[in-house]
Design a protein around this ligand. Sequence first.
Ligand SMILES: N[C@@H](CCC(=O)N[C@@H](CS)C(=O)NCC(=O)O)C(=O)O
Length: 204
Amino acid sequence: MPNYKLIYFNGRGRAEVARYVFALAGAEYEDHRIEFSEWAALKPTMPAGALPVLEVDGARIAQSHAIARYVAREFNLAGDNNLEMAQCDQVLETLVDISNDAAPIGSEKDETKKAELKKSIFEEKVKAKLQYLDNFLAANGGEFFVGKKFTLADVGALFRLDRVIGDFGDDALKDFPKLAAHREKVSKEPKIAAWIEKRPKTNF
Ligand SMILES: N[C@@H](CCC(=O)N[C@@H](CS)C(=O)NCC(=O)O)C(=O)O
């Protein structure tokens, strides 16, 4: 097996889905976390001037989604055939859409306006995507998004749905019981649960 070194800041952020995949695979890797104070010196040395970066025997891969997909493919957790890979991608791209929808929340400083913005984003944009994911899950039997085992789609959803709850509140999944149950199930998968327990407690 190659040597994997995942370089990111000390947070879950854009590295966490790849970390979930490593955990699910039970694979060894170096979880290299840098301080913000080190970043200015390191930035020019990184392929795209940003993190995360995954080193594979020294070769560097940039872009969080490329990294997560690469790691998932390494461990056969990206779908068992071309169709399943496309199904995983459908879920992942929907999660990206949800992330993009929620992005303006972070830049609104006025608390009253922020609360209104959250409400409108949730009602007008996010809800329909959650419904799509709920239906997608139901169509595959409700246990796994794709095929008959956990894949990148399932851990990607865990990460994003945690953020949805963080952004829109504990009730965000109340109309989507299948998604809520699935999130619970993925977080209790023994290797994922062990990682959640042991990972550094960080504020992003
Ligand atoms: N599209 C890239 C975005 C990477 C990105 O913006 N990373 C942030 C941290 S989450 C970063 O490195 N910020 C520091 C900088 O750009 O100088 C990805 O998904 O990996």
